[in-house]
Write a protein of this length. Structure first.
Length: 368
């Protein structure tokens, strides 16, 4: 076993000589890839359409032995991955990845009349491309990730077709609705995983490691991780970014009045604020949303507006290493692109500790 140490002890990378390797699709900045390495499953190839994501992967030594492919999966033939596998020593292999979530996301597609674009969005066809690679290569297992709202009735045809195809191809499967908090991630983030195996599941769900503090004694699990613990090392001036300051902005003074752990509703009549500045439930819930160091973070998003949180409790925007740490990237992980691009890459990623639990669950099913 080879251990590649990160400076973040929570994201140590284990290279296990178990001869299982992964083909990563829709790799993005590598959140699920890092998870795979953490689970002892080296990534043989990573694929993404976005050029900044590709450069991010290339910048990190973790991928020294991985083939990195830029392109639209619609146009990448399955034999490309087969050729990579043919020259990569392995006994078993898995496919990991999640098609773009925007067609199915509540954040992107809830509109006034509760209509979703869902399956009418062209990006929804990338689910078919994921399935095409799985059925062409027939891996020993796979992990498919997406937003929890993929299970919304409007998207039922996609999930039903997915399940029909994988069962026809001989896979047992589990649908896991997961909260990142339960796996040691200091972030409230719910995701959906469909995990398929040619082996036998040894348990009903991935192993949870954390729980609400009040349940720890009964469960024997660790308490949820407060965000202050995760980002404490990035307060120094060497980490300052020009984009972090809110001073002089439209809502800076209001942000300063919001207590840690709350949002704009702290400045409404609903909260008992004298001379209310806003009306409760008339703004998006993450407007002026501020972290508290004593509890986990809210969801890190890919494209926050200028006054959309979460903000740091010191009344500034979060720094790149802070949002990366909340998403469980190793402390020395590098990102390519401008500030907006990097936020998008990190916000779209799967928190690595969460992904690790899913891949370990699959890996366990493949053990003899």
């Amino acid at each position: 076993m080879i251990l590649r140490k990160s400076r973040n002890k929570e994201t140590e990378i284990i290279m296990d000589n178990n001869r299982i390797v992964a083909i990563s699709l829709f790799s993005g900045a590598g959140g699920l890839d890092v998870a795979s390495f953490m689970a002892g499953v080296p990534v043989a190839s990573s694929t993404d359409f976005d050029s900044d994501c590709i450069e991010t992967l290339k910048m990190n030594d973790l991928y020294a032995n991985s083939e990195i492919i830029q392109g639209d999966l619609h146009q990448i033939e399955s034999r490309v991955f087969k050729d990579i596998l043919d020259k990569t020593p392995h006994d078993k292999f898995i496919v990991i990845g999640g098609a773009p979530c925007q067609p199915f996301s509540k954040a992107g597609y809830w509109v006034g009349n509760n209509t979703r674009r869902g399956i009418n969005d062209p990006r929804a066809t990338l689910v078919d491309e994921y399935l095409r690679v799985v059925t062409d290569l027939h891996p020993d297992g796979f992990v498919f990730e997406n937003v929890e709202s993929l299970l919304h009735p409007t998207n039922k045809v996609i999930v039903d077709r997915f399940i029909e195809i994988i069962t026809e191809n001989g896979y047992s499967y589990k649908i896991v609705r997961a909260n990142a908090l339960d796996y040691g991630v200091s972030q409230r983030r719910k995701r959906l995983f469909i995990i398929g195996t040619t082996g036998t599941f040894k348990s009903n769900e991935p192993k949870k490691t954390h729980c609400p503090p009040e349940e720890c004694e009964a469960t024997g699990l660790l308490p949820y991780v407060p965000v202050g613990e995760v980002i404490a090392g990035f307060d120094g001036p060497e980490y300052m970014e020009p984009e972090e300051s809110t001073v002089g902005g439209t809502y800076h003074d209001d942000l300063c009045e919001v207590p840690p752990g709350m949002n704009y509703k702290a400045l409404t009549a609903w909260y008992g604020y004298p001379n209310p500045k806003f009306v409760a439930d008339k703004r998006f819930w993450s407007f002026l949303l501020k972290l508290s160091p004593d509890v986990p973070s809210w969801t890190i998003t890919a494209q926050p507006g200028p006054w959309v949180g979460p903000f740091h409790w010191d009344n500034r925007r979060l720094r790149v290493p802070e949002i990366a740490a909340i998403q469980c990237f190793p402390k020395d992980y590098k990102f390519y692109g401008n500030r907006r691009s990097i936020q998008k890459q990190i916000g779209n990623a799967v928190p690595s500790l969460m992904g690790k639990a899913m891949i370990e669950f699959l890996k366990e099913s493949l053990e003899e």
